[in-house]
Ligand binder design. Structure first.
Ligand code: ADP
Ligand code: ASP
Ligand code: MG
Length: 406
């Protein structure tokens, strides 16, 4: 019988130092000895990617995206080579590859490239020779032969895409927590580990700020039905399975609380309340590559209104500049920015069929004397923008009220 293939991905904190790299090597070798074929995807050591970004910004405050990819991809190249050496030391054959070497072909959208296809022959060949194959996460090569990266947290995507391509039995994501929790366990120690969660809920959680899995990796897993097992690099216990369906899932109304501090709120004040104004503002932002998240338009007074929206913090400055340029043409009185905001969300498939969830959420926030600045909803989530300094208190209060605490 052919050996079962597992794709294992180790995040930055799992390979942060020599000791941890050796521990990862031991785990990989123990699976190899159990008789599995292994493809191992690795992130850059510890905070290397952040450090490289900081370094680039010291040299040029708006570095070319092509050169940024060239720079950031080096982080993962270091970790794959070191892990291969650590596995060799344990007497097992292993070989490391960059994304380009294993044929991860992407489009040309530097810093957020999409995978177009994977030419996996090189991996297949190495597996046939019974080697552990180690692949640099987060990177590929574009149709123009340039090195690209897949967006922050992109090693998750490398792992899921390889698991799909190689028809792996499972994709294991090893990280510094024991699985997916009802909220970030660093914010709420009473958070509970979830045994099974659906792609849809995980996708919603990831989009709303639970950084434990990259959003696009879950999109791909959902599309191709790749089972994911998120678990700890440091402990043996099973973690969380991310799968298509979970029995009785609609009985749980709210399954998780998320927090996202990465946004900034922009308010365009006193614009005319007439057709075409919002289109003009948001088309201009989109043309300049700025994605907008929540949008709220207030009731108009004297045919004038305020429009507030959120963008990723690093893009706020650019967005304000664009709107300032539109001021005269569109008739905007003022533009305000608030970077001290956070988005808190409640997520759950069961919300679809249970009324009263929004009211309960707002009541919890009111009791904690937390003001809601913006609200938005989806089929399976409700989000509120609140002041950043109150956000963690809000998460804990909601986690408790919706019965998620241990
Ligand atoms: P890695 O380096 O392994 O990719 P990340 O830092 O990207 O790890 O993701 C793991 C972190 O995600 C955890 O340390 C945890 O603080 C955070 N996190 C946020 N929300 C959750 C959640 N609901 N469940 C588990 N972890 C979460
Ligand atoms: N090293 C990259 C990052 O920090 C990719 C990853 O860790 O998944 O975003
Ligand atoms: Mg990650």
């Amino acid at each position: 019988m052919p050996k079962k293939l597992i794709v294992q991905k180790f995040g930055g904190s799992s390979v942060a130092n020599v000791d941890r790299i050796q521990k990862v090597a031991q785990r990989v070798v123990s699976y190899k000895k159990k008789g599995f074929n292994l493809v191992v995807v690795v992130s850059a050591l510890g905070d290397t990617t952040d450090e490289l970004i900081e370094l680039a910004n010291k040299i040029n405050s708006s570095p070319s995206e092509r050169e940024m990819d060239m720079l950031l991809s080096t982080g993962e190249q270091i970790s794959v080579a070191l892990l291969a050496m650590a596995i060799h030391k344990l007497g097992v054959e292993a070989i490391s590859f960059t994304g380009a070497q294993v044929g991860i072909i992407t489009d040309t959208a530097h810093t957020k490239a999409r995978i177009i296809k994977i030419n996996a022959e090189k991996i297949q060949e190495a597996l046939k020779r019974d080697k552990v194959v180690i692949v640099a996460g987060f990177q590929g090569i574009s149709l123009n032969q340039d090195i690209t990266t897949l967006g922050r947290g992109g090693s998750d995507l490398t792992a899921v895409a390889l698991a799909k391509e190689l028809k792996a039995y499972e994709c294991e994501i090893y990280t510094d927590v024991k699985g997916i929790y009802t909220t970030d366990p660093r914010i709420e120690p009473k958070a509970k580990k979830i045994t099974k969660i659906t792609y849809d809920e995980m996708l919603e959680m990831a989009s709303l700020g639970a950084q434990v899995m990259q959003v696009r990796s879950i999109e791909v897993a959902k599309k191709f039905n790749v089972p994911i097992h998120v678990r700890s690099s440091f402990k043996k216990d099973p973690g969380t399975m991310i799968i298509k369906e979970v029995k009785n899932m609609e009985e749980v109304v709210v399954s998780a609380i998320t927090l996202n501090k990465a946004g900034a709120k922009i308010t365009v004040c006193n614009v005319f309340d007439r057709p075409g104004i919002a289109a003009r503002i948001f088309n201009e932002l989109a043309d300049k590559g700025i994605s907008v998240d929540m949008i709220v338009q207030n009731v108009s007074h004297l045919r004038q209104t305020d429009i507030s929206f959120t963008v990723n913090k690093p893009e706020a400055h650019k967005a304000i500049k664009i709107i300032n340029k539109l001021k005269k043409q569109v008739g905007i009185k003022d533009v305000l920015q608030d970077s001290d905001i956070a988005r808190i969300s409640i997520v759950g498939v069961g919300m679809k069929s249970h009324p009263g969830v929004a009211g309960k959420m707002f009541e919890v926030l009111a009791k904690a004397r937390i003001n809601i600045e913006m609200i938005s909803t989806s089929d399976i989530s409700i989000s509120c923008i609140v002041q950043k300094k109150l956000a963690e208190k809000a998460v804990r209060a909601l986690h408790n009220k919706f019965g998620l605490a241990k």
